[in-house]
Write a new protein. Structure first.
Length: 93
């Protein structure tokens, strides 16, 4: 544990940031799952809506340094690719 005042303050700040980042990442995962579930269920409109929400959350997390910019780009790309594939599979069936 920190022993001097500045170290204690820094520890408190980093803990606060850690919890905020944890919440941001959790909501990204939640809405990503909702988008995939909607796409699997054949709800293209719902999937598109959730995808926009996820992209916005990812951009905000990147801006606040919760995610690295390359990680953010990779997550957005993978989600878009997955949703497109699911919607194409749903259209064929």
């Amino acid at each position: 544990m920190a022993r001097n005042a500045s170290a204690m303050k820094y520890h408190k700040q980093s803990e606060k940031r850690r919890l905020a980042n944890k919440g941001r990442k959790s909501s990204i995962r939640t809405f990503s799952k909702k988008a995939v579930t909607a796409a699997e269920g054949g709800d293209g409109e719902g999937a598109a809506k959730f995808e926009r929400v996820v992209q916005s959350l990812i951009d905000k997390a990147t801006k606040s340094s919760a995610l690295h910019k390359n990680t953010a780009a990779r997550r957005k790309s993978r989600l878009a690719k997955r949703l497109k594939r699911l919607q194409a599979d749903g259209a064929q069936a």
